[in-house]
Design a protein. Structure first.
Length: 418
């Protein structure tokens, strides 16, 4: 089942695209503004240079031309008296064009932007062409045009961005969310999916066909699993029932004839038959897709009953056994599954190696079986310790219990935390 976050993908992609287009718009605006200010400086420089050349040309033709002295354009010779502040600034300037920011050339206390164009004429000396920045009409016109272009660019970029996002949502995100809803509501246990019939275009069609193929493979696997489980249930339970019935008849005949020399062997065969039947039941239980409802299990009584059934085991009689089982322990699980778990743990403890001692502990949160060996056992872990522990591990996973197996020298401890 896909998490129910219907619009999270759509929201993430939409926000990502909005962020991308916003950054693109800001970068474009930055370059436009830089171009505008750079062009503005070029216009001012060209305008001052043009005025200077016109003045020099007019002066060469007519020496009586009046030297302009106004805020927008002033001409000073090196021999002329300039305002003190302007004179101090001009002395440090070289020949050429200079753009001075925030100066007070006339000592009026008003900071302004000043342009100075210096020309050195032979036999006459330096000419200082000074202009304060006043926006001429052509510069204002260019600025208005630039700002208008910026506004048009911004509007066009926003319209195209939202149109692109709308197309993306309509042709990709909405169908994708519809496919997610179909996946969430489809009952895969009843029949394979058929998403490709509805979603058959482009990349979404490829995804839908892949989901259908996966659903078909899953349905075939479940069908084979159900057939295998049914075959195991029939083919194994039938001979087990026959064996149990035969053992019962043999026991009845022995009791009737007063023959008891084979009672121990018959008891072992019955226990083996019970263990086999329990393991088959456990395997079938673990193979089910749907779990059976749990029941109240008297864990203390079941544990003692299992221990009593193992008292005739040869390793049991040769070992020191310590029991620490609390009374009244009740667990919410299948009774047969608890018996399989405890029985397999105990049989593994008894049948692997030469057991020296066994301690069995049970309380409301923990079952532990601790045994010591006469000599260390190699290559023992919870993943390679026979079918018994593998079933124990799977039962714990099914019941959400935690299973652990630890080894330290001759000491081995299996723990199940409820």
């Amino acid at each position: 089942m896909i998490p129910n976050r219907k619009s999270s993908l759509r929201r993430s992609i939409t926000l990502g695209l909005l962020l991308f287009f916003s950054l693109q718009l800001l970068v474009g605006l930055f370059y436009l503004l830089m171009s505008f200010y750079s062009g503005q400086e070029s216009v001012h420089s060209a305008f001052l240079t043009m005025q200077a050349k016109e003045y020099l040309l007019a002066k060469a033709q007519d020496s009586s031309v009046v030297t302009p002295r106004n805020p927008s354009f002033s001409v000073y010779l090196s021999t002329d008296e300039m305002p003190s502040t302007l004179s101090t600034i001009a002395e440090d300037l070289s020949v050429g064009y200079h753009d001075l920011d925030e100066v007070d050339p006339f000592g009026s206390g008003e900071q302004t932007e000043l342009q100075v164009y210096i020309v050195d004429i032979q036999n006459i000396g330096r000419h200082y062409f000074v202009s304060r920045i006043f926006e001429p009409d052509d510069v204002n016109f260019m600025r208005d045009k630039t700002l208008g272009f910026i506004g048009s660019y911004t509007l066009a970029a926003m319209v195209l961005s939202f149109f692109f996002i709308w197309l993306l949502r309509r042709h990709y995100l909405h169908p994708l969310n519809a496919l997610i809803d179909s996946v969430n509501t489809w009952d895969f246990s009843s029949e394979p999916s058929q998403f490709a019939k509805t979603y058959n275009k482009g990349d979404l069609g490829i995804l839908a066909r892949s989901l259908d193929e996966l659903s078909q493979r899953q349905a075939e696997f479940l069908r084979r699993e159900q057939n295998t489980t049914r075959n195991i249930s029939h083919e194994l339970r039938t001979p087990i029932t026959v064996i149990r019935s035969t053992l019962d008849l043999m026991q009845m005949r022995a009791n009737k004839n007063g023959e008891h020399e084979n009672d121990n062997q018959l008891a072992k065969l019955k226990r083996a038959c019970d263990e086999l039947e329990a393991n088959v039941y456990g395997i079938l239980y673990l193979g089910r897709e749907k779990h059976l409802d749990n029941e109240i299990t008297e864990a203390t009584e079941e544990c003692r009953d299992i221990i009593q059934g193992l008292e005739e085991h040869p390793a049991w009689n040769m070992s020191y056994v310590e029991l620490d089982i609390e009374n009244g322990i009740v667990l919410n699980c299948q009774r047969i599954m608890f018996r399989i778990l405890v029985g397999n743990l105990l049989r593994n403890a008894l049948e692997h190696g030469e057991v020296n001692s066994i301690k069995i502990s049970l309380n409301s949160t923990l079952l532990s079986i601790h045994n010591t060996q006469q000599s260390p056992l190699e290559d023992i872990d919870e993943n390679h310790f026979g079918l018994g522990l593998d079933i124990v591990r799977q039962i714990c996973e099914r019941l959400t219990w935690r299973f652990s197996l630890t080894k330290s020298g001759v000491s081995i401890c299996a723990k199940v935390t409820f």
